[in-house]
Design a protein around this ligand. Structure first.
Ligand SMILES: [Zn+2]
Length: 241
């Protein structure tokens, strides 16, 4: 078993499990998941298989891949692999091009076409269209500095900015994150952003994803974080042009 955990009752947690049976790889995913989550889980496990195959000749590396130390990085890598598998760059770019700038309708259309979650669509847009960035926000009720919409722990990494988690959306002017949380979505031509490496967001657009849309699997340090309530903010970064 490479990844996957069991609940106390022995059932699978809400991501996949990989094992070898009669010299063949075997992927198991919980049936209760949405189609999108199952697809992502399976693609993620295929990432593990490719990784193991790539280092199979080197027992020491195989051992390292299974260790705690590399867990978070391996998980991240397999999530990247899954995104590439489900949304191949060339196909995805061709599909998303005429749909930009992103809006609720086009993001939903992409999610339906590629059968992935809205979050996965959002991350992938920022990967294949480098002029666009996306920031994920979560409603943090128990943060030491007070309840607020704050930058989520797992951001899309790329471009010029790297955001620490836990920064309040009050650093945005206007605060389109809070606006979107109330209205479903919000936009502004320019948002002043007091965030490291960001400064100003052009053509900013925020989308609220309620918790009920049980979607993307996020794993860090082996802990499945599930999908809390989120707001995604797309923007064009002037420094990337
Ligand atoms: Zn994994």
């Amino acid at each position: 078993m490479v990844s996957g955990r069991y609940k106390a009752d022995g059932s699978l947690e809400d991501h996949g499990r990989l094992s070898v049976r009669e010299k063949r790889w075997r992927i198991e995913v919980p049936w209760e998941l949405s189609t999108e989550r199952r697809r992502f889980s399976i693609a993620h496990e295929i990432g593990h298989i490719l990784l193991f195959d790539a280092v199979a000749e080197n027992p020491q590396l195989v051992q390292q891949l299974r260790g705690r130390e590399l867990w978070a990085r391996v998980e991240r890598l397999c999530n990247i692999g899954a995104a590439n598998l489900l949304m191949p760059a060339a196909t995805y770019r061709a599909a998303v091009d005429p749909l930009l700038p992103p809006n609720r309708r086009t993001i939903s259309a992409m999610a339906a076409r590629f059968q992935v979650s809205l979050s996965a669509v959002a991350r992938r847009i920022a990967e294949v269209q480098p002029e666009w960035s996306v920031i994920f926000w979560e409603l943090a009720m128990t943060h030491p500095k007070g309840a607020a919409w704050r930058t989520a722990g797992l951001q899309h990494r790329g471009g010029t900015s790297f955001l620490p988690s836990g920064m309040s959306s009050s650093r945005l002017q206007p605060d389109i994150v809070s606006q979107a949380a109330v209205a479903g979505e919000a936009s502004a031509q320019n948002v002043l952003a007091d965030l490291p490496g960001v400064g100003i967001m052009e053509d900013a657009w925020a989308l609220h994803i309620p918790r009920a849309r049980n979607e993307l699997i996020e794993i860090e340090g082996g802990k499945n974080l599930g999908q809390p309530e989120r707001v995604l903010v797309f923007y064009r970064s002037p420094t990337k042009r």
